[in-house]
Design a binder for this molecule. Structure first.
Ligand code: SF4
Length: 401
């Protein structure tokens, strides 16, 4: 278990953030919030995929007007994302959202921020206060910008982190002067190493729960690497109470990858099958990459965290699949299936997908009935004994069930 850094706890609807609560996964809808049908559909898809909290943009009054209907139908707590218009924050609070994301930097009038804080206090709603690398450098006030640039010129990266912490300090002072501590904080950047430095710095400076994220990470193909590098590093240090992986894509990928990251670090229990697959090499004798894709798709129908291995050979496959509940080891035209270390059948390549899936379903059913327990990596798989062909190659022996 990774020891977690102690933070205060805030409640977002029924979901706890910080204070030792499990790290939760957030995402954001990509619909127009005023399109109630489309927004509720996407919230439900995200919740079904394992998202704990969903954020919605509310740039216009018609968006906040849609909130009561959305909240009534949402299975998870909802956060209103407010930029520039403090009225949207007040309307969102009035509608009953569970949290507000506010950037005090783009609501210049202090009195307006005070009014949002007062409204949130009255309803017991937390506020996320964040800084982004792109928004901390002053753009309007030239004298201040020049001053910031001078300090950044000495050591840009360290200077920018210092600036992010200091701007966040200024923002938080407004909340502290209001004696409002129901706050979650963030300090995002597009650069993974900057995200790591910034969050390490704010985690040392403040005890508010941390919302981790890499901003504008790009499409999953590129954004995945920088997001996992940054968030995985921080989580492995015990830093972070809630995460949002953000992609320029369907937000369902944000949830899938966020969950997988937490499961991989042992910060969340798996509730669905885990797939292990060999990376393939010169020993491969079937189209394993196609088989893995098909198995992955089929496994989505199983709701038990069975560990499944799809391996390309009997040479190294058994060792690498150690701990799998159900495993197939493929050879030329055939595959041997094991269930918790016991060889159950040998099948031809054309039957491999269906046979493996049948074994997975049967095993999951036995687990659900209490007749079997998940391996939790404690299964030994003894390699099968292939019989040599005349030409010296090693086919698999066919055995009946
Ligand atoms: S399991 Fe076999 S085929 Fe797959 S990568 Fe390992 S050695 Fe190669």
């Amino acid at each position: 278990m990774i020891p977690r850094r102690k933070t205060r706890q805030v409640m977002v609807g029924g979901v706890a953030i910080g204070g030792g609560a499990p790290v939760c996964v957030q995402s954001m809808t990509s619909t127009y919030t005023h399109d109630i049908g489309a927004t509720v559909r996407q919230i439900r898809q995200l919740a079904e995929a394992g998202c704990d909290i969903v954020r919605l943009a509310v740039p216009e009054k018609r968006d906040t007007q849609a909130l009561p209907a959305i909240l009534e139908q949402s299975p998870v707590p909802i956060v209103a994302d407010v930029h520039f218009h403090f009225e949207r924050a007040l309307e969102s609070v009035e509608a009953g959202v569970h949290k507000i994301r506010l950037n005090p930097g783009n609501i210049k009038d202090r009195k307006k921020v005070d009014r949002v804080i007062a409204a949130c206090r009255e309803r017991g709603i937390p506020i996320r206060v964040g800084v982004n690398e792109g928004s901390v450098v002053e753009r309007r006030d030239k004298a201040l910008r020049d001053l910031q640039r001078q300090s950044l010129d000495t050591d840009y990266r360290a200077g920018l982190v210092r600036l992010m912490v200091s701007v966040l300090e200024d923002y938080l002072r407004v909340f502290e002067e209001n004696d409002f501590h129901d706050v979650v904080i963030s300090a995002k950047s597009i650069d993974a190493s900057m995200v790591i430095d910034a969050y390490r710095a704010i985690s040392e400076r403040f005890d508010y729960p941390l919302h981790l994220g890499v901003t504008h990470a790009g499409p999953p193909e590129t954004g995945r690497i920088r997001s996992i590098a940054a968030l995985g590093s921080l989580l492995s240090l015990g830093v972070g109470d809630t995460i949002r992986i953000s992609y320029a894509a369907d937000p369902i990928y944000e949830v899938e990858d966020g969950k997988e990251l937490l499961c991989s670090l042992g910060l969340r229990n798996r509730v669905e099958p885990e797939l292990i697959a060999c990376p393939t090499c010169g020993r491969i004798e079937i189209d394993l990459i196609k088989l893995v894709a098909e198995v992955r798709q089929k496994l989505s129908a199983i709701k038990t965290p069975v560990k499944v291995a799809v391996m390309g050979c009997v040479v190294n496959g058994p060792g690498e699949a150690e701990g799998a509940d159900v495993a197939v080891f493929a050879g030329k035209g055939r595959g041997i299936i094991y269930v918790q270390g016991e060889q159950t059948r040998t099948v031809n390549e054309s039957e491999m997908l269906d046979a493996l899936f049948e074994e997975c379903v049967a095993f999951a059913d036995r687990v659900e009935r209490g007749e079997a327990v998940l391996s939790n990596s404690r299964v030994n798989i003894v390699p099968p004994d292939p019989l040599p062909r005349k030409d010296g190659s090693m086919p698999l022996k066919v055995v009946s069930r």
